[in-house]
Structure formats: structure tokens, C-alpha cells
Ligand binder design. Sequence first.
Ligand SMILES: Cc1cc2nc3c(=O)[nH]c(=O)nc-3n(C[C@H](O)[C@H](O)[C@H](O)COP(=O)(O)OP(=O)(O)OC[C@H]3O[C@@H](n4cnc5c(N)ncnc54)[C@H](O)[C@@H]3O)c2cc1C
Length: 289
Amino acid sequence: MRSYFYESPSSFEELFQIGKTTSNEVKFLAGGTDFVPRLNYELNEVPKEGQKDLTIISLSKLGLDTISESDEEIKIGSMVTFTEMKKNNIVNKYFPVFEETIKELAGLSVRNVATIGGNIMNASPAADIVPTLMALDAVLVLKGPNGEREICSKDFFKGNGRTVAQEQEVLKEIVIKKQKGTSSFKKLGRRKAETLSVVNAAAYIEKENNICKKARITIGSVAPTVLRCKEVEEALIGKELTDETMKEASLKVIDSISPIDDIRATAWYRKKVSPVMVRRAIKSACDAE
Ligand SMILES: Cc1cc2nc3c(=O)[nH]c(=O)nc-3n(C[C@H](O)[C@H](O)[C@H](O)COP(=O)(O)OP(=O)(O)OC[C@H]3O[C@@H](n4cnc5c(N)ncnc54)[C@H](O)[C@@H]3O)c2cc1C
């Protein structure tokens, strides 16, 4: 059986030094709401032959738990919990869509410890914060031993549980430009609360005289990653935002998705409800002030 080690560095230098000097597998720990259940599962399994020891590195002392704003953008540290985000004045002033998203995400006890960074790095196709971040065109900042790099959220996810991040890279913060449009998030689960998404969707809309000038539409839980729905966006831009055009555009989402059957829903059901969720997100974004 492999051995487990725990480290809690108080600087990035210390963190990268641990990575450099150990031959163990290294994993980062944020709130632990995904990580710890997975670890428990591993501990209950028959140990794998030749598995490396594991060093768990807590990210809690790196100062990644702040939210700040400049004239153009807001920055959310990856260790900010959903509870902190939901009550933050800067977030609520510029992006009320996060309140709408977070109140649908898990329950209070999970939100008190679960972080935005953990939700992103877990890279689940059902992650609730990701459609909203992608609809806002958020930029994700990774920090590794060789420096920092910025990746647009739409290019960040490579598959279920996979991102472009290298093993030693930490998601440092999320940067979102202040924008003039409005956004909304909609989630369909098997019940009203404490449930993962069967389908979730988010929309960002900029309009003038009710003509759509810009649209970013995203959908989750219907492919290996959360998706940008280009076909829906193209069908909206330049059109008057009536119930009819929203409905017609939403139907185009079928061209982008590849849902599967799982314990939460069948692929057939997901295909049926995807246009409905997209339409609701667009309509709600259009109605938001
Ligand atoms: C009961 C329950 C209900 C849930 N409901 C929902 C829900 O409705 N919607 C939803 O989207 N999720 C839900 N989740 C999943 C989970 O709570 C979220 O994904 C949460 O945001 C994970 O954050 P965390 O801080 O706990 O991450 P952790 O569990 O600590 O980490 C998750 C993964 O990300 C990596 N990681 C974390 N932070 C970083 C970082 N800064 N840089 C690099 N790697 C990092 C870790 O190594 C790990 O692989 C639920 C979980 C539970 C237990």
C-alpha cells in the first residue's frame, strides 16, 4: 500500500520546491469536497501494484482567497469559497449571475468549504460554475515553476476530468473583464437542491434596441466538457430578441452536444431538455438588468 504525506506551504517557492524534490505523486488540496471522497474511495480499494506514494499539498496558505477589482476587471482567487463569493460586494455588483449560479450549487455546508478553483480543476462536465465563467469569457491564470500563463476558459478543458494544466501548475486566479451585457444561469437537476446538473446552461447577451449585438451561450452535462454553443450564438447575433428567435436559436444547440446515459438522466432526455435550458438562460439574460 502506498504512503500518504501532507504539506502546507506558505509560498509558491516552497510549493514548487516540494514538487522538485519529491519523487512522489503530487496532488493539490483546496476545500476537499471532490478530493477527499475520491481519496476515501482509493483507500477502500485494493492497493494498485507499484503505485507511487502520494504527497497532498494544501493550497490554503498561499493567499489565494481574495477578490479584487480594477477599472477593467475583477480577480477572484482560486481558493475563494462559494459562500464567500456569493456574499462578496464586488462580485454581486458586476456579476449578479454568480449569485444565481452559486445558490444552485450543492448545499450550504459544501459551499462553505468548496472553492471556485476546485470546481474548475475538477473539470467535471457537470461543474456548475464553469458554464457561467465561459459565458463571461473568464481567463484562468495558472502558476507553475516556470512562471504564469493565462488561458481563456473556453480553451481550458480537454475532457472529463482533464484540463490544459500541467501536473505542477496551480490555478492561481480567475480574471473577468467588466462587461456591459447581462447574464443568466439555469440548472436542471433530479431534484430542487443538493443535486448535480442533468443539464445546465448560461448565457451572456449584449443588446441595443432589443437587437442582439453579442452572445456567448454555454451548456454543461451534455458532452465530455462544458461547451460554447457557436451555432446558437450565430443564430442570435443581429436578430431581434423575440420569444420566437430565442426559441429557434436554442434548437441549434442539438448540433453541438453529445450527451450520454448516466445515473442522472438518459441521453434522449438531455437532448430534449437542452434547447429548453438554453432558451431559459437566454431569456433570463435578456430580462436581467
Ligand atoms: C455533497 C456534494 C454536493 C456537490 N454538489 C455540487 C453541485 O451541485 N455542483 C457542482 O458543480 N459541484 C458539486 N459538488 C462538487 C464539489 O463540491 C465542487 O466541485 C467544488 O467546487 C470542489 O472544490 P474544492 O475546493 O472542494 O476542491 P477539491 O476537492 O479540494 O479539489 C478538486 C480537484 O481540483 C484540484 N485543485 C483544487 N484547487 C486547485 C487549484 N487552485 N489549482 C490546481 N488544482 C486544484 C484538486 O487537486 C482536485 O483534483 C458537490 C460535492 C459534494 C460532496
